[in-house]
Structure formats: C-alpha cells, structure tokens
Design a protein around this ligand. Structure first.
Ligand code: C2E
Ligand code: CA
Ligand code: CA
Length: 961
C-alpha cells in the first residue's frame, strides 16, 4: 500500500539544490500528440521511434502499421520528402520544417515534420496538421507596428502590453503573459492579455525563482520555444530507450519533448491544459519569457511556432537595441550627473576648513542628489550621519559596530539588505534595514555608507515563494511543486529594498570623492598642526618669533611693502599681575591684549607675541611713513592697552612701554631691528613707562654702553668687590644721626657709573640679588671694622642700607641678611633697611609680613623717596616702618613751590603724629635746612652737610677718635 504524506513549507537550501538538479524532462518520453523517429544519418534507417506511432497513424490517417516493423527500417519507406537533400543540411540548434509529399503513409496533407540533429542523429518530429489558417503577414505587420510604437511610447509597460495583446489575438491562447526576471531570478508579470472568457489574474505579481529552476533557465537560453499541447496526456515512450551509441536521446531541442512530472503538476495546479513559452533574451542572458496558457489542449502549428520564434527574436532585438540601451542610457546619464554633482560638492568642501559643520553641509548637499534614508561618514572616531534631513554625530559605539563589520573579513565593502539579520543592530541606526558600506584604510580608517529603511510595501506573489510540497512516498522524500498560485502577500520584515548596481556605483563614487577629500584634509590638518606649533603662540594664537621671521622673508620677496615699523611692546609691571593676581589672570590679560592689538592692525600687518609680556606689532608701509602716522599708531596702541580689563568684577589697568623703529625693507636685518626696537622700548621705560619712544642714535650708543656694562657688571658682582660710599645724616644741631651706604662702581673705561644705572641694569639682568648680598656684606664688614677701630663708636643712629624691591621679593632675603649680621657680629639695631614704596605695591602682604618680622627682631625700616610713589599719606600708619625720607625732589623745590611746601609740612606733621622719624634728603642749601628745621623735621641729609664719602674719608672723619 502506498502511504502518502504531504507537508508544505519553505524549502531548505539543500532541497532547493535538489530541485535544481532534478531532470526537467522525463528522459525518453514525448508528448503524445505527435510521434518521433530517430534516424541514422548514413543509412537513413530508423534507430528509435516513439511507441505511439501506430496509434496516431491509425487515428489521423486511418492506416495500420506495425510498430515493430519500424525499427531498422528505411525511413523513406514511410516518409517521402519534397526536398530530400534537406535531410543532409540539418542543424543542431534549430528545427527545420520539412515539406512532405503525399505518396507514402505519412502524408504531407496530414502531417507536419520538423527536423534537427541531436548529436549526430537525425530527429524527425511529426505532428498532425491543424486546420488553423493563420495569415503570416498579420503578425509581421503587427510587429512592424510594434517597432513604430517604440518610438512613441514612453512607458515600457505600454509596449509590453501591446505585444501580449497582439500575440494573444494572433495565437488565440487564453492567456498570454510577459514575465520579466528580476536580479534574484524571481519573475514579475509585466503584461498580461487574456481571451474574452478569461480575466487578468497575474499582472504585477511576482513568481518565485524556484518556479523556473536554474537548469530550465539554462535550457531556455538555447531552446527558445517550448510547448506542451496537453497537460493531461500520458507521454509516449521512445523505443528502444537507448540509441545504438549506448546513450539516451538528447531531447534539448525537441519540440515534442515531454515535461517533468513536477512541471506537469505545476501546470495542473494552475488549471492550465496547454502551454507555450518563448524566451526573450538580452544578449546571452534570459531577460524574460512570454508564456502562453490555454484552458484546453492546444497544438501550435509549425507555422505559428515559427512565427513566434521570430517574434521572440525580434522582441529580444527590441529589448537589446531600444529598451536596455534606453534604460542604460537613462541610468548612466543620471549616474554621471550624480557623480558630477558629488564631485562638485567635494571640490567646494576641499576649500573649507574641516569641521562638523562642513560634514553636515556636505552630507546634506550630497543627499539632495542621491536621496537615501541614511548616509554617513565615519572619520576620526566620529560618525557623521544624515537620517532623512536630520544630521547628527553618533556616538562611539555606532562607529565601533560599523567598524566591526569589517573585523572578520578582508573585504573593504559590505552590502546587505537585511542588516540586522546579518550583523545585528547598529546602535542609533536600528531603523536602518539595509546597509552598503565601504571602508578605506588610508590615510586613516574611514568609512562611507548609505542605508535604507525597512520597506513598508509587501510583495505580491503568485503563490508563496520558496514553498514546496514534500511528498513522502514509500519512505522516500520527493519534492512537488506548490499547488497554490493564490495571491500571497509577503511582508518584508527588517529588510530594505535590494541593492542595485546603481547603488553600488553611487556609493563607490561617494567613497572615492570622500577619500580624496579626507586624505587632503588629513594632510592639511597634519600640516596645520605642525605649522601651528611652529608658527603660533599657543596661549594667544598670535604669531610667534619664527612666524615673524618668515613673514619678513616674505615681505622681502614682495615689492609692495617698502618699509616696516617694529613696535616693540612691553607691558609695565606685568610681573606684578602674575605674581599677585595669579597666572590665570595674567593669561587672561595677555589674551585680551592680543585681541586689542589685533584690532589695531590691517591684514597686511602682523601681531606677534615674542615672549611673556613682550609683543611686536609689525606695521607694513608702501612708502616711508610720516612720523605723525607712527605717533598716531603708537598712541592708539597705548590707549587701547590702557583700557581697563575686567577680571571678576575687579578692574585691572595695565600700561605698555613701546619702542619703535622703522626700517627700509631692503636693508632689513631681523635680529638688529628687533634689538633696536627693544632698546627704544627701554628708553620708553626709563622715561617713565606708559609711553612710546622712537629709536634714535643716542639709543644705540647708550645701548652699546649698556651691553658692555652689563657684561662687566656680571664680573664685578661675581668678584664681590663692591665699593660703598657713606653719607651721614645729621640733626638740626648737625650731630651725626646715622649714615647711609651708597653703592659705587668705578668702571675701568667709563669711570664712575651711577648706581641709578647699574642698579637698574642689575635688576634687569637678574644680578640684583647677588649684588645686594655683596652690598650688605660689605656694609656689615665696614661697620664691624669701624667697631673694631673704635669700640665706643656711636654713629648717632643705624647704618642704612638700600634694598631694591626685587631683592626683598627673594624668599631667602631674611635668612641671608640675618646670617650676614651674625657673621659680622652686628647688632640688629645697628642696621636700617631703606626701601621704596614700590615694595608695598608689589606684594603688599608678603612684604609687610617680612618687614614686620625684621622690625620685631630689631632691624629698623626706612621708607625712601617718599612722595614719588603711589602710597598715600593715609596708608603710612599701616606700614612696618620707623622712618620716612622725604624725596629730594620735594626738598629741592619746596622753597619755590607753595604746594610742595604744604605737602612737606603735612608729611612732617603726619610722621610726628605716627611717631615716625622723618628725614629730609638731598638738602643742598641753607634755606632748605632752615625750612625743614622750622617745620620740625629733625633729621636731614644732603650735600649741604656732606656728600657721600669713601670709606677711608668716612672713617677718618667719623670713626677715628
Ligand atoms: P637714594 O637712596 O635716594 O640715595 C640718595 C642719592 O642722593 C644718592 O645718589 C646720593 O649721592 C644723592 N644725594 C645725597 N645728597 C644729595 C644732595 O644734596 N643733592 C643731590 N642732588 N643728590 C644728593 P646716588 O649715590 O647716586 O644713588 C642713587 C640711587 O641709587 C639711590 O638713591 C638708591 O636708590 C640707589 N642706590 C645707591 N646705592 C644703592 C645700594 O647700595 N643698593 C640699592 N639697592 N640701591 C642703591
Ligand atoms: Ca636711600
Ligand atoms: Ca632717596
């Protein structure tokens, strides 16, 4: 008993393979509406025949023959050809229609014969003549009109429909469909024409690729017309089954070829009784099929078949010469346009600086042309993505997930229309269902991708694709074609539209442009980085010295600029800001000054930060600049810098000193010009700061001198041989009231050098601390010496030593001072430190703390040059001081200037109130002496009484008894 079980499900890939390898025809059988002879080409004897010959001849011709008499008999015994020699000219590739005479059993009036070579055997296929009477001209003229139609139709489907309409009318098959292959070999019905009794059923539906398996498609490429006259008829068998060469007959080109059981039941399931199918080729490939279905058995006449074959060829020609080229040209032009557009966008972008905004605008513009759901570039660990119209920079895990796709394959390209199934969801791109991505590894890893969303539309299939009936019969599994062709809607889940060659080309183009762009930007960035470091100051972004140098080199090449002015700018007391308000404030100040300087120049000028608080503004001129012009520029800079800077609600005011030199570009020597501008700047400083000074010849002389002096001063400090002069202080009774040590330097070439000069030099050249220590050392040793000379020595007051503010700022000052006193056995009350008000300006609390400590230890403090600095009378009481020295400029002029007199009077009164000793210094004349005396100033110092004396003179005068 045969037990049969049927299951219907999606086929597995192995089953699909099995399907594909199955024979598409039943070997050794033919359709029973005709019969077949296989004839030896040499002897013309029949070597094989179909077992329905006798029954058919009986039926059609009413003649009786014995099947067994056929084998080995001479062909001509049964058939007589009108042109016998045609038998020797047969082709392997197509059948030839052979006209039959009426003088044998198989008459030309009753039978049609078509012949071809199967291997070397002659195959003769006979079918009964039908009474259909076709006008062969009809179809030809119809085809002619098709071609003219081509010139006017804009829509392919209109053309397809016209063709099926005409073929339906011509052949009278109930249904004629044009079936076009898609890239996955599923087919879409693009035109359908039916007889008045039928209705359109399949138009627009897709048929799964499995419906016409691969080996069938291969055959259809060579055998372009097949028909099955009656699906229900049992096939006739070829006898014997094997030819004399030991092989079965190759039936590839046989018109009577029978169909496989599979195909037969497929057609039965569709309710079709007879079919014909015509191949439409595009080049060597199958473009599609024209399929004819009939609801009753139908044998196409030889004539019709021939006409259809020609139609198929003609239509293939039409496809090849009009439709495909037209489509290709359309696609090619649109692709070329797209490429040109993308190219233009990137060549524009190449001119811009790399930024997130640039990526955004490039992606937006590109997508205007290519219009994908997603388009993105991953560069430098950032994923710049455009989703629809929305631009975003996605997070690192998106980049990682996309990069991971390439982790396990060497390919630089990945394409999928079911992304999530293939690699899993990409973070932040979960709604991307299809992805086509390309990767580059140079200059650095970057990726370009386009993506598609899940498609919302469903595909309508003529039956479910990839389903098959598995028939289990006698414990054997067998595949059967599906039985349902009912409309089946496939929902595409998590899948995008398929990627087409066009997409790949677009991505390739985008990728190439992007690669070009990125490698350019990458090198630019690298170069910028190098350049930036080498040419710019990182804090302010201003040019640096190197930049200035190359800027000047460039100016020399360019004949427009004839003169340049160097404005050497040094901020006054900038160190104070840094020291007392913090580096952060200092930096802010420098940045805001950079901006102000930038605002003072034209594009052809250059603002440079040389170092710390030194700037250069280089002004370029096309002709020698007017001095007034230079002065105006200098004033503008001074006033701009002098504008208050707001820092945490505190206003900060800083002033500059400017040194200016204008040079002819021809004679320009970079280092020399810079040096001269620097010298001029020092002149401005010396002249009181917050001003400009234009370089002149004296500057150069004094500079040269200073250079030598500085060098010699260094040696001098190192040697430690310091000379001190001593100037006594006296009371109104001209009694000694202490003494002041004043540093002296006799230079071997320049002679006497003023302490005003060399102290300043020492301060600027970082020599002051060493110099100061030497002075203290020398003063103490002199004092110790005097005490040894005169043990009962009374100087009437302490020995005053001038201390420069920079000296005091040194942490070790206190320690060093006390150590020196200790070493020379100097009592602390014998020493007084003379400081100026600027000490308190610099570091108010620290200085006060240190001086207070020294004061508590017995060292007295004197405030020197009082009146010239900033501190007001009112703050005197806060300072740790014992004595105030009224500056000699007040004293010298108080007799003439009433204001000054009042001032001196106030100072003296205040000091008396605060219990501070008050000294009038620089007293040269009697009148000053008397005025001070009258105002109650008890201590005076000056040439009036004594000039500073050398140690020997001083010792002789005041020490030796
Ligand atoms: P200073 O501390 O105000 O010193 C007084 C200056 O006035 C001395 O000039 C002195 O010679 C001068 N002088 C004294 N009496 C008269 C007078 O009646 N008329 C005039 N016109 N001048 C008089 P010197 O010695 O040239 O010192 C100049 C400045 O150099 C000093 O001003 C002081 O600030 C600085 N200096 C001198 N020696 C030292 C030192 O050992 N260390 C430091 N840090 N600075 C010193
Ligand atoms: Ca002094
Ligand atoms: Ca003084």
């Amino acid at each position: 008993m045969n037990e049969q079980q049927i299951e219907t499900r999606k086929i597995t890939s192995e089953e699909a393979e099995q399907c594909a390898s199955e024979q598409i025809q039943v070997i050794g059988s033919i359709q029973p509406h005709g019969f077949q002879f296989i004839v030896d080409p040499q002897s013309f004897r029949i070597v094989q025949y179909s077992n329905n010959v006798s029954s058919l001849i009986k039926k059609i011709s009413n003649k009786k023959i014995n099947d067994h008499a056929l084998l080995g008999s001479d062909l001509h015994q049964w058939v007589s050809f009108q042109a016998k020699k045609e038998l020797t000219k047969l082709s392997k590739k197509h059948s030839t229609h052979l006209a039959l005479a009426d003088d044998t059993i198989i008459k030309g009036s009753q039978w049609e014969c078509s012949a071809h070579l199967s291997n070397s055997w002659i195959s003769l296929e006979f079918s009964p003549k039908t009474n259909e009477n076709f006008d062969s001209q009809t179809l030809v003229s119809q085809l002619d009109s098709m071609v003219s139609l081509l010139k006017v139709v804009h829509d392919e489907s209109e053309l397809f429909q016209t063709i099926t309409d005409q073929l339906q009318t011509y052949t009278q098959y109930d249904r004629v469909m044009m079936y076009r292959y898609l890239p996955d070999w599923s087919g879409e019905v693009v035109a359908e024409s039916v007889s008045p009794l039928e209705s359109v059923k399949y138009l627009g539906l897709r048929f799964p690729a499995e419906d016409i398996p691969k080996q069938a498609r291969e055959l259809y490429k060579i055998n372009t017309l097949r028909y099955f006259a009656n699906v229900d008829a049992e096939p006739a068998q070829l006898t014997p089954s094997i030819l004399p060469d030991g092989k079965p007959l190759d039936q590839s080109f046989s018109a009577l070829r029978s169909m496989s059981e599979m195909h037969r039941s497929y057609l039965k399931n569709m309710g079709v009784k007879a079919t014909l199918s015509l191949s439409i080729k595009e080049g060597d490939e199958l473009w599609g099929l024209i399929v004819f279905h009939h609801n009753a058995p139908k044998i196409p006449s030889h004539h019709v078949a021939a006409q259809l074959r020609i139609t198929g060829q003609l239509f293939s020609e039409i496809i090849n010469s009009y439709i495909t080229p037209a489509f290709n040209i359309k696609e090619l032009t649109s692709l070329m346009n797209t490429q040109a557009y993308i190219e233009a966008i990137f060549s524009q972008a190449k001119k811009a600086d790399l930024s997130h905004g640039l990526f955004e605008s490039v992606l937006q513009k590109v997508n205007n042309a290519i219009n994908y759901d997603f388009i993105g570039i991953i560069y430098n660990q950032k994923c710049y993505t455009l989703k629809g119209d929305v631009f975003s920079i996605l997070k690192q895990d998106t980049c990682d997930a996309l990069a991971n796709i390439f982790l396990n394959n060497d390919a630089l390209c990945f394409e999928s229309d079911q992304l999530h199934e293939d690699v899993g969801a990409i973070p932040d791109l979960e709604d991307m269902a299809g992805l086509s991505i390309m990767k580059a590894q140079s200059p650095i890893d970057f990726f370009v991708f386009i993506g598609k969303k899940e498609i919302a539309k469903t595909i309508e299939w003529g039956g479910a694709p990839s389903t098959v009936n598995i028939v289990i019969k006698d414990n054997k599994r067998q595949l059967e074609p599906r039985s349902s062709f009912a409309l089946w809607r496939e929902k595409m889940e998590g899948q995008s539209d398929e990627w087409q060659t066009k997409d790949t080309k677009i991505l390739q183009c985008l990728f190439n442009e992007c690669k070009d762009f990125i490698s350019l930007k990458h090198t630019q960035l690298l170069m910028n980085k190098l350049e930036k470091g080498a040419y710019y100051d990182p804090l302010t972004g201003l040019a640096n010295r190197t930049h200035l140098k190359s800027f000047i080199e460039n100016i020399k090449q360019n004949d427009e600029t004839q003169f340049v002015s160097f404005f050497f700018i040094d901020l006054d007391n900038f160190k104070d800001v840094n020291d007392f308000m913090g580096h952060e404030t200092g930096d802010k100040l420098l940045i805001s000054i950079s901006q102000r300087l930038n605002a003072c120049v034209r594009p052809s000028d250059l603002v440079v930060r040389l170092s710390g608080d030194e700037f250069i503004v280089l002004f370029t001129h096309q002709s020698a600049p007017e001095i007034a012009h230079i002065e105006a520029l200098a004033e503008k800079i001074i006033s701009r810098i002098g504008e208050p800077v707001l820092n945490n609600a505190n206003t900060l005011v800083i002033t500059p000193s400017l040194g200016i030199i204008t040079e002819k570009v021809e004679d320009l020597n970079f280092n020399e010009s810079l040096k001269r501008a620097d010298i001029a700047m020092y002149s401005a400083k010396n002249a009181g700061k917050n001003r400009y000074h234009i370089f002149n010849d004296q500057d150069q002389d004094s500079f040269n001198q200073k250079t030598i002096l500085t060098m010699d001063l260094r040696k001098h400090v190192a040697n430690g041989d310091m000379t001190l002069y001593y100037q006594p202080k006296i009371d109104t009774n001209k009694q000694l009231k202490g003494v002041e040590a004043l540093a002296r330097w006799h230079h071997p070439t320049f002679g006497f050098v003023s302490p005003d000069v060399f102290i300043t030099l020492a301060e600027k050249n970082n020599l002051i601390y060493g110099l100061g220590v030497n002075i203290i050392e020398k003063a103490c040793s002199d004092l110790a010496h005097w005490h040894s000379v005169n043990p009962t020595l009374d100087l009437g007051g302490p020995l005053s030593i001038n201390i420069s503010p920079t000296q005091l700022a040194e942490r070790s000052f206190e320690e060093d001072l006390l150590a020196i006193l200790e070493r020379h056995h100097i009592e602390r009350k014998w020493i007084r430190l003379e400081i100026t008000e600027s000490v308190f300006m610099k570091n108010y609390t620290t200085s006060i703390d240190m001086l207070s400590r020294l004061q508590q230890q017995g060292i007295s403090i004197s405030l020197d040059d009082f009146g010239t600095g900033y501190s007001s009378l009112n703050s005197l009481w806060k300072l740790p001081i014992d004595e105030v020295k009224i500056d000699k400029s007040f004293i010298a002029n108080m007799s003439q200037d009433n204001n000054l007199f009042t001032m001196v009077e106030s100072i003296i009164q205040l000091c008396q109130k605060l219990n501070l000793e008050v000294v009038g210094e620089g007293v040269e004349r009697n009148i000053e002496f008397n005025l001070l005396k009258g105002l109650g100033c008890n201590t005076i110092q000056g040439y009036y009484f004594s000039k500073p004396l050398d140690p020997t003179r001083f010792q002789q005068t005041y020490i030796e008894e």
